[in-house]
Design a protein around this ligand. Sequence first.
Ligand code: MV4
Length: 507
Amino acid sequence: MAALKKVLVANRGEIAVRVMRTLRERRIGSVAVFSEVDRLAAHVLFADEALPLGGKTSAESYLRIDKIVDAARRAGADAVHPGYGFLSENPSFARALTAAGLTFVGPPADAMEIMGNKLKARAKMLAAGVRVIPGTDGPVSDPAEAARLAEEIGYPVIVKAAAGGGGKGMRIVRGPDQLAAALRATGEEAGKAFADSAVYLEKYIDRPRHIEIQVMADARGNAIHLGERECSLQRRHQKVVEECPSPFVDAAMREAMGRMAVQAAKAVGYVGAGTVEFIVDPGRDFYFLEMNTRLQVEHPVTEMVTYTDLVELQLAAAAGEPLPLRQEDVRARGWAMEFRIYAEDPARGFLPAAGRILRLREPVGPGIRHDSGIYQGCEVSVFYDPLLSKLVVYGAERGDVLERARRAFDEFVVAGIKTNIPFHKWLLAQPAFAAGDCDTHYIDEHFRPELLAQDPELPFVALVAAALAYHQHGRGAPAARGEADGATSRWRQAARREAVMRRSTHG
Ligand code: MV4
């Protein structure tokens, strides 16, 4: 296959911009596609050229295989990079591109198909000698048979949808009395969500850590791993912070997990960048959970620590080039953490936020990388994923990264819409997080909105507003004395509320 000259990026937001940055460095043309809502989005402004898909929702735009294949043809692209989400793990998309003479920057459709079904993946992994969680070999539907199998596995067990993934379609069962109901409910849910009602049983691993291995394979049968990422900090199956290396993994465990991940990739004829997810029990035993057949959101922490550009490696693999490095050439140096910046309000149950970004001050300086899909003045809609950007912090040691991250968040200003930046500041103040001691339940068990610090700029903003009001109204501004109708001043009310809050939170 010849070197790539022009690549269409079938995605939006920070990942589309991220992919295009490597394209620009490699002097490969970049083509953006966009929905009606995204005419002025960051990825459109960054690209060499941009084609409209029409439609507002994902289903009408970024999920339309026909429109994207057509756009790639019209632009004269030779390849399509799918990013993550949208069509990135859709075997039909890969096949449609191949049929149109275009290169899919991703694995073979067959590999995606196997890994997209948990039962198929389990069977393949078992045959390849990869350790999977004890469970059933196939789907279970008969409650009596399920009860017998669950007894054999040992309670608690978990009912999972074969077509599920990422936390959707599963139920924990603590005893035989709950099994039949869980089987029925999970099956019904899976039928609706994935048009496939097959479910199976696994041993339930309580309080797991989520650790994943980055793999990279070429089309000539070579495969390597680039170490692990710790992804245990999640809120309702949505990752919030990831890091590399994991504070929980030692050299022996990394080696064993890495070897198993490469085995998994080879077993399905994998090509390109992929991630093998492991679930690790408190006794440090680890099991294959699933393989994500795409570039992941959190890939930058691996890039920082291994000094690689995973998009560049993806493009090389797609072009049929051999892997430019052997396993023994992979070296890890330093520590990296990624903080996901979401358009959501942590003070109000993480409600999605939308609107115009009125002011943006991005953190910069030593060890800071900000992979962003926003700019000052841009509109954030509720049509797509709420991920705005990722703050990636790099340093020599984990402690340096934490200090640097606190500094970076103090510089970071996003005004106009609510973000989870205050949440990250809270997290960075937690001793358990600083100690690297959080499992997948930490946030759900420890975070409450009342714990968020008040924005330190707020008193200054109030002061400036008061001064302005004083100037505009002349001496004796009415706001200082109460409303004209005799009601208490809003300023005074706010001050009282503040005083009460301080008393109640500081004893
Ligand atoms: C499990 C599990 C415990 N035991 N499977 C959640 C997402 C999906 N990929 C699989 N998940 C889990 N599967 C067994 N047999 C616990 C989880 C799980 C979890 C896994 C990884 C990261 C965060 C999680 C949060 C809750 C539950």
